[in-house]
Design a protein around this ligand. Sequence first.
Ligand SMILES: Nc1ncnc2c1ncn2[C@@H]1O[C@H](COP(=O)(O)OP(=O)(O)OP(=O)(O)O)[C@@H](O)[C@H]1O
Length: 195
Amino acid sequence: MALECAELVVGDVLRGAALRVQRGEVVALTAPSGAGKSTLLRAVVRLVPLDGGVVRLDGTDVATLDPRVLRRRVGFVAQRPVMLPGTVADNLTYALDEPADLAAALDAAGLDASFADRDATRLSGGEQARVAIARALTRKPEVLLLDEPTSGLDAPLAEAIGRHVRELAAAGLAICLTSHDRAVVTGWADREQRL
Ligand SMILES: Nc1ncnc2c1ncn2[C@@H]1O[C@H](COP(=O)(O)OP(=O)(O)OP(=O)(O)O)[C@@H](O)[C@H]1O
């Protein structure tokens, strides 16, 4: 077991929510718009405080982990990721202690290696979304949380990212994504968990 959320409460948004994602599997977290999917993912990495419940990473309550360590072990890619000023390479290596394989991270996110030197803040929304995935991957996470990973991507690009997501799961990552796109839920995920 990699990630387990039980009885999560966040204000009036989440009431007793639960989620389990094991190593090697892709789980699609689904619910109507506004039901709290993003809030749940943000609570996992402690960007939103919990009013109740527990998030465990390999059995350890994440509340006991240093947030920096937690966010390295659990990569979170927001629906509208924020690019820091500087190049894509700067964004990929920000706050990283060890050298990273930027080319591999860019490739897994569907980006050409030449993107490393581009100004990150001037990329298109879809390109920024892919840089955000690459940024999470340079931290070699055990769990990857993707909030609406295909928003801003055209169908061929979304399919390419989907193939990479399947490869990452096959390599042992535990992946949870949210999506309103049924093609993503049925095509990328091993199973669907309704919130
Ligand atoms: N920072 C915030 N402050 C106040 N309310 C918020 C905040 N973020 C989200 N909410 C509210 O929490 C509820 C759940 O939002 P959330 O984004 O988690 O839902 P979601 O299921 O991911 O929705 P969608 O599918 O539309 O992205 C919504 O009513 C939203 O307005």
